[in-house]
Design a protein around this ligand. Structure first.
Ligand code: NDP
Length: 330
């Protein structure tokens, strides 16, 4: 396992990490969750990602219980939470139970610490931008949580480059700490933010990235090529919006061609798709998701596939994808 600096910070994060969205406290049993965490940790994964809204807080409870049982040294891993949506989601949480306000971020941090049964979070993210809260309030709150030792680094998720820069400008003006990392979606089918929109701010503020859905929720494994498998994520009722957005003919056509290329290279499609994300130097860590141990075992081997992705292979992938984002004109 390679370890990369989280942006300009000195924090060393494993290039592959592990997250619990949809799975923990929801799709899978606690025993499987535990086995997945052990598999990840033993392979060198040192970052575990979570959020208040995952399974209405149960995802953090399950992870916290497992961490307690396993008794790994707290200084050997990085743990995160994310707040904004509220535990019950934007629609069902009360007005004070969501957003990037001082009240919600502080309470969400305290609640996450309790559910995860830890004294501090290494990373704490604003899960989305909040157009109704002044950025200064958010920056001051995150800085206070850092000074109180409740979190070590703060970051954003799916913020625009402009919003991230605004947070940095406010932080600089006030002598406070700005966001270290952003958590954007990044995979072969979804490239705009990571490759184009943030291209300048890697240089200017040294932004780190913890990228999510590297397999586009499983589309990039090829498992949806012939229909929707019964036990797969996109068969879940509550994710029909994601199925409609992702299981599309134009995507599946590309996935089939990518599958043939992976076969030719002697690897699997998920490993090739993950290695493709890892090749991007602006990615600090790729957050893996898995509902079964064999999936995680397979995905964790992606590191060894990076070497197969030569310039020539990357060019072939590019021509299959045909979705290279246009770079900003500067
Ligand atoms: P992926 O895109 O990698 O999807 C993971 C899912 O794909 C698995 O749960 C499994 O689903 C399927 N899968 C994975 N590997 C294989 C394999 N080898 N063979 C067959 N199927 C496979 O990642 P996630 O979407 O889970 O995202 C990873 C993490 O990123 C999350 O856990 C979370 O921590 C974070 N995240 C953050 C978001 C944000 O807004 N900040 C949003 C979303 C995620 P199944 O078995 O059910 O088919």
């Amino acid at each position: 396992m390679e370890y990369r600096n989280l942006g300009k910070s000195g924090l060393k994060v494993s290039e592959m990490s592990f997250g619990s969205w949809i799975t923990f406290g929801n799709q899978i049993e606690s025993n499987t969750s535990r086995e997945l965490m052990v598999t990840a940790y033993e392979a060198g994964v040192n970052f575990f990602d979570n959020a208040e809204v995952y399974a209405e807080g149960r995802s953090e409870e399950v992870m916290g219980k497992i961490l307690k049982e396993l008794g790994w040294r707290r200084d050997s891993y990085i743990l995160s939470s994310k707040a904004y949506f509220g535990i019950w989601g934007l629609k069902d949480s009360k007005p004070t139970q969501k957003g990037n306000t001082r009240k919600h971020l502080t309470e969400a941090c305290h609640q996450a610490l309790k559910r995860l049964q830890v004294e501090y979070l290494d990373l704490f993210f604003c899960h989305r931008p909040d157009k109704e809260t002044p950025i200064e309030e958010t920056v001051r709150t995150m800085n206070t949580l850092i000074e109180q030792g409740k979190i070590f680094y703060w970051g954003t998720s799916e913020w625009s480059a402009q919003e991230i820069m605004e947070a940095h400008m406010v932080a600089k003006e006030l002598g406070l700490i700005g966001p270290t990392m952003e958590q954007p979606q990044y995979n072969m089918l979804w490239r705009e933010k990571v490759e184009a929109e943030y291209s300048q701010i890697y240089k200017t503020v040294g932004l780190g990235t913890t990228v999510w859905s590297p397999l586009a929720s499983g589309i990039l494994t090829g498992k949806y090529n012939e229909g929707i498998p019964e036990d797969a994520r996109l068969n879940r009722e509550e994710l029909s919006w994601l199925k409609d957005r992702s299981v599309r003919e134009e995507n599946l056509k590309k996935v089939k061609q990518l599958g043939s290329l992976a076969k030719e290279l002697g690897t699997s499609l998920p490993q090739m798709a993950l290695a493709w994300c890892l090749k991007n130097p602006h990615v600090s860590t790729v957050i893996l998701g898995a509902s079964k141990v064999y999936q995680l075992e397979e995905n964790l081997k992606a590191d060894g596939v990076k070497a197969l992705l030569t310039e020539e292979v990357m060019t072939r992938i590019e021509s299959i994808l045909d979705n290279k984002p246009e770079m900003p004109p500067f």
